[in-house]
Design a protein around this ligand. Structure first.
Ligand SMILES: Cc1cc2nc3c(=O)[nH]c(=O)nc-3n(C[C@H](O)[C@H](O)[C@H](O)COP(=O)(O)OP(=O)(O)OC[C@H]3O[C@@H](n4cnc5c(N)ncnc54)[C@H](O)[C@@H]3O)c2cc1C
Length: 640
C-alpha cells in the first residue's frame, strides 16, 4: 500500500466493515487520519464475507482487501455493535472527531404471508450468513445449524435468490425450486447468474407467488402453497404487474423456504432524517431539498469521461459532482453517459443493443440540437451530438479552445482542423458564443441568415449591438409582434418560416427552450399518507407512463396514479400525448385508500373538474347554446 500522509491528529470511527466502510477507512487512513472500524460481526467484510457465497466471490480476495486496509494503519474492533456497546455520542465523547455510518441495508423484507415463522423459513440474509460466515455446513463441528432438507424453495428473482438457491443445492438439497412471480425476462438477476443456476439443476417456477407456508404439527415447514400469476399492465417500475389467476392455488412439498425478495435500502428513512434536520436544526433558513436521479452516475465516474474530467478525484466524489450538476444542467451532464445506462424499467434488455444505441443516439442528438450548445463552455461529450460534428471534431474543438482560449466568433470555427465549409454550415446554427465580437453569434440565427437579420434590425433603426440591450430588445419584440409577416418576407426576399425563426430569435436572443419548462420539485419535508386530503395541490415527478395513466412521485412512500381520464380536462387516448417520464407535474389528490396504500391523483384542477361537472349537468340548448361542445368530462377510472 502507498505510504499514508503525515498524521493529522484527527480520529475517525467507521461503523460497519462492508465495502462502504472499508473504502472510507482506507481513504481516510491514506490522508493521515487515525481510523477505527467497528464491526458487529466476528469477521470484517460485510456482505462480501457473509452474503456472497465462496463460489462467486472467493473469500481470500476479500481478506486481501481487508489486509490492505489494515496495512494502512486502520484498526478493527470486531463483535462491536454500535448502538449496543456504545452510542455515537459516546464515540464522539471518547475523542473521535467524526463518525462514518456504513451499516448497509441489512433489513430483509418478508412477504407477510401465513407460516413465515415456521421452522425452516429463512431470510436469504440469514441463510447465506449461516452458511458463509458461521460454517453451518460443517455442523456439528461448528455450532450453527442450517436446515436444508431434500426439497427447498427460494422465493425471489434477483442475484441474492440465485446465490441462495445454488447454496441450498451445495448444502445437499436434492431439489431446489426458485419461485418468481413474473416471467424469466423480468428477473432482475444477471442473465449469467440465472443460466448458472439452471445449469446446476435449479428449477425455475415462474409466474408463481407463494400465498402461505404450510407446517406440520411440530411447527416445521412441510410445503408452500402458491398461486399462478399472469402478467397484467405495467406498474411504476415499468415491468408488467403480475396478477393472480383465481383458483390456481397448488402446493409444492418442501422442507425449507428461503425468502430473497430484497432488503430495505433506507432511502425514505434518509429523506425523513433530512426533512427533520431542515425543520429543526435548520428551521427558518428557507432551505429545501430536491431528489436527483442518480442513474448511471457510477458509469460516468468510472468511465473515461469522468476520469478525464476529474483525474484526481475518487470515483465516489465524481459521482457526487455528476449528480449535483444534473440539477444545474441535466442535458450537459447526461450526454456524458451512454443512454442505455440511464434506462428506466427493463425494456432496454428486450431489444438489440445496436438498434437501441442508434435510436437513443438520435434522440439525444435531437435534444442537444433543439436546445443548442454554448461553443465556449460545452464538453466534447456534448459537442459530439451537434449536427455535423462527431467525436473527433468535438475533441478538436475542445483542444483548439484549450490552446487558443475562447472562440471570438462563429467564423473562427473554420480554423479548427477538420471543420470545412460544409461542417461549418451544418453546425454553426447550433453553436452560440456569448460575449463574442458579433452579437448575432449569441443567438440561434444561422450565419446564412445574418444579412436578413441585419436588414430587419436596420428597419427599426438598430444594429446587432442592440441585442445586448434588454430595453431595446423588449421594444423591438413588441413591434415585431405586430409585423405583417408575409409582406416583410416578400420585401426581404426570405421564406416566411425562416423569417418567423429570425423574428423569434431577435425577440428573445439566445433563448433556452428549457426556461419555459417547470422547475424541479424542491421539497421541504416528507409527506405521510395521513397528510394527504382530497383536492390537496402538490407537485410531483412522473416515474412511469403506462397505457392507463401515469405514476407520479409526490414525496410519499407510495407512488400516486393519475388515471388516463385524469390527465387533462379532455379525452386523452394515449397518456404519452400528455406526460413523459421525468416531467414535473402539478397534481391534485383525488382519493387516498389508506388500507391498500393507494393514492389516486388528478392533473385536472378541482375548479376545472367542477366546471366540467356543471357543464355536464346543464340542460341541452338546441340553438345558440354551447351544450355538447367543449371538452368531454373525464371518463370514470378503470381499475388499475
Ligand atoms: C447474496 C448477495 C449477493 C450480492 N451480489 C452482488 C453482486 O454480484 N454485485 C454487486 O455489485 N453487489 C452484490 N450484492 C450487493 C452488495 O453486496 C452490497 O451492495 C454491498 O455489500 C453494500 O456495502 P455496504 O458496505 O454498504 O454494506 P454491507 O456490506 O451490508 O456492510 C455493512 C456492515 O455493517 C455492519 N453493521 C451493521 N450494523 C452495525 C452496527 N450497529 N455496528 C457495527 N457494525 C454494524 C454489518 O455487520 C456489515 O458487516 C449482493 C448482496 C447479497 C446479499
Amino acid at each position: 500500500p502507498p505510504k499514508p500522509a503525515p498524521p493529522t491528529g484527527k480520529k475517525v470511527a467507521v461503523i460497519g466493515s462492508g465495502p462502504a466502510g472499508l473504502t472510507v477507512a482506507g481513504d481516510l487512513a491514506r490522508l493521515g487520519h487515525s481510523v477505527t472500524v467497528f464491526e458487529a460481526l466476528h469477521k470484517a467484510g460485510g456482505v462480501l464475507t457473509y452474503g456472497i457465497p465462496e463460489f462467486r466471490l472467493p473469500k481470500n480476495i476479500v481478506e486481501k482487501e481487508i489486509e490492505y486496509v489494515k496495512k494502512l494503519g486502520v484498526k478493527f474492533e470486531l463483535d462491536s455493535v454500535i448502538g449496543r456497546i456504545k452510542t455515537i455520542q459516546e464515540l464522539l465523547e471518547e475523542g473521535f472527531d467524526a463518525v462514518f455510518i456504513g451499516t448497509g441495508a441489512g433489513l430483509p423484507y418478508f412477504m407477510n404471508i401465513p407460516g413465515e415463522n415456521l421452522n425452516g423459513v429463512y431470510s436469504a440474509n440469514e441463510f447465506l450468513t449461516r452458511s458463509n460466515l458461521m460454517k453451518a455446513y460443517r455442523f456439528p463441528e461448528y455450532d450453527t445449524p442450517i436446515k436444508v432438507g431434500k426439497r427447498t424453495a427460494v422465493v425471489g428473482g434477483g442475484n441474492v435468490a440465485m446465490d441462495a438457491a445454488r447454496t441450498a443445492k451445495r448444502l445437499g438439497a436434492e431439489h431446489v425450486y426458485n419461485i418468481y412471480r413474473r416471467s424469466r425476462k423480468e428477473m432482475p438477476a444477471r442473465i449469467e447468474e440465472i443460466d448458472n443456476a439452471i445449469e446446476e439443476g435449479i428449477e425455475l417456477v415462474l409466474l408463481t407467488n407463494p400465498v402461505r407456508i404450510l407446517g406440520d404439527d411440530k411447527g416445521n415447514v412441510k410445503g408452500i402453497e402458491c398461486i399462478r400469476m399472469e402478467l397484467g399492465e405495467p406498474d411504476e417500475s415499468g415491468r408488467r404487474k403480475p396478477v393472480p389467476i383465481r383458483g390456481s392455488e397448488y402446493v409444492i412439498d418442501v422442507e425449507t423456504v428461503v425468502i430473497a425478495i430484497g432488503n430495505g435500502a433506507a432511502c425514505r428513512q434518509t429523506e425523513a432524517w433530512i426533512s427533520d434536520v431542515l425543520s429543526q436544526e435548520l428551521a427558518g433558513r428557507g432551505i429545501a431539498y430536491v431528489i436527483v436521479n442518480e442513474a448511471g452516475a457510477s458509469v460516468y465516474s468510472t468511465g473515461p469521461v469522468g476520469r478525464e474530467e476529474f483525474p484526481h478525484l475518487d470515483a465516489a466524489l465524481r459521482s457526487a459532482v455528476s449528480i449535483g450538476r444534473r440539477l444545474q444542467d441535466p442535458l450537459s451532464e447526461l450526454v456524458k453517459i451512454e443512454p442505455c445506462s440511464i434506462g428506466v424499467g427493463m425494456y432496454q434488455h428486450d431489444v438489440k443493443a445496436r438498434h437501441l444505441r442508434a435510436s437513443l443516439d438520435d434522440v439525444v442528438a435531437s435534444c442537444v440540437n433543439f436546445v443548442g450548445v454554448d461553443l465556449n463552455t460545452a464538453s466534447p461529450a456534448l459537442l459530439r451530438y451537434v449536427s455535423g460534428l462527431n467525436q473527433l471534431t468535438a475533441q478538436r474543438i475542445f483542444e483548439y479552445r484549450q490552446a487558443h482560449g475562447p472562440f471570438k466568433c462563429r467564423e473562427e470555427l473554420k480554423q479548427v482542423v477538420g471543420i470545412g465549409e460544409s461542417t461549418y454550415v451544418q453546425a454553426a446554427g447550433f453553436l452560440k458564443i456569448t460575449g463574442g465580437t458579433n452579437p448575432l453569434d449569441a443567438t440561434w440565427i444561422h450565419p446564412e441568415s445574418y444579412p436578413a437579420a441585419e436588414r430587419i434590425l436596420a428597419r427599426w433603426g438598430l444594429t446587432p449591438a442592440a441585442l445586448a440591450d434588454r430595453t431595446k430588445v423588449a421594444a423591438l419584440a413588441e413591434s415585431l409582434a405586430k409585423t405583417n409577416l408575409p409582406q416583410l418576407a416578400k420585401e426581404l426576399g426570405v421564406g416566411e418560416l425562416t423569417l418567423g425563426d429570425i423574428i423569434a430569435q431577435l425577440s428573445r436572443p439566445g433563448r433556452d427552450p428549457r426556461e419555459s419548462l417547470p422547475q424541479p420539485v424542491f421539497k421541504r419535508g416528507v409527506l405521510k399518507l395521513e397528510d394527504l386530503v382530497p383536492d390537496m395541490e402538490l407537485r410531483g415527478t412522473v416515474l412511469n407512463v403506462v397505457d392507463f395513466g401515469a405514476f407520479v412521485d409526490i414525496g410519499v412512500k407510495w407512488t400516486g396514479l393519475v388515471h388516463v381520464s385524469q390527465l387533462a380536462p379532455r379525452y386523452v387516448k394515449d397518456p404519452h400525448e400528455v406526460v413523459a417520464v421525468g416531467d414535473t407535474v402539478q397534481v391534485w389528490v383525488r382519493e387516498v385508500d389508506r388500507e391498500r396504500r393507494r393514492v389516486s391523483l388528478s392533473m385536472v384542477s378541482p375548479q376545472e373538474r367542477a366546471e366540467l361537472e356543471a357543464r355536464r349537468r346543464r340542460p341541452h340548448v338546441l340553438a345558440g347554446g354551447t351544450a355538447g361542445h367543449g371538452p368531454p368530462p373525464p371518463r370514470s377510472p378503470r381499475p388499475a
